[in-house]
Design a protein around this ligand. Sequence first.
Ligand code: SF4
Length: 369
Amino acid sequence: MKSIHSNVSVKSWALVSSKDWYDWQWQYKNRIQTVPQFARVLGMNPAILKEYTKVVRYYPLCITPFYFSLVNMADENDPIALQCFLDRREIEYSRGGVDDPLEEVRDMPVPGLIHRYPDRCVVIITNTCATYCRHCNRKRMWKKKIAGDNAAYLMQMIDYVSKTPDIREVIVSGGDPLTVDEGTLDWFLGSLRAISHIEVLRVGSRIPVTMPMRITRQLCFILHKHRPLWFNTQFNHPHEITPEAAKACEMLLEAGIPVSNQSVLLRGVNDNFETMRDLYYGLQRISVRPYYLFQCDPVKGTDHFRADMQSGIKIMEKLWRNVSGLCLPQYVFDVPGGKGKCPLYPFPDFLAKSLTTNEYFFDKKRDVN
Ligand code: SF4
């Protein structure tokens, strides 16, 4: 794990004080959001700006200085850069893909609330994130205006949940719900918690990775109040397990909030055994439980990230044979059309053959009698 601030090489931030650097509001305010800003920090040739301008017309740009500082500029395939830098392939749509392959909008009884499985629902309380991940499966929403502090929008969700007794768990998602102001977040979580049939809350946030200083004592206090509350984050590469991210996860754990990880299999970023092994070992070291490894959804603008399932299964098979069970996530594919998650298991050849021939179970040579 490398410590970051002392390593900031980008000129624009070299003189920023530690106090500012570790202040999440400074990080949030100084996010890179325009193409000229992006070009400036990269010292880029203005000739290629035109291409990037086209990309942001479809998919906006947003990177915290912290996350940006993790990029190794000397590596043209840097895994952090691949996840947050603009890429013209986002608008090439070479192999198709659709904006909403999981048909989330179809399953919204009220705006922003996805009710697909009987016992739980997802509420999208904002579309803002600290950093926009170029592989995001909700990148269609980045440009849409959703105000996280729009009380009427949030009230409709609370109202629906309160009238739907089958729902026992609410997954608070986005965008990144931790970009919503603390007062609104506290009120919203408290309103859900006050509903008698709600047993569990879940928060999905990538903030521990992209802007870990946002995990403050005050925020932990708020989340703690609304337990049982589970926290799911998204580390995709060992380079993201920084001392700052580890500290953020530690603070959540100390507040009694279990932290799990949902990574995404990303071509060129983590689609090999060694990277995955190091990622899961690293997560285990910081007490974050690997929960899911998602096959990258067929979302428009993410083609270049999609590894094929066979290679994912091969990685899982190797992990299965080499690492501790506590380091193993479940590899899943969200079936397009909103048909739900499908687990993808490694299936050893010898067993596949045996199941069709019954060889393994009824092999006479194996009989002791
Ligand atoms: S933080 Fe989550 S919602 Fe936001 S861009 Fe990244 S993956 Fe998408």
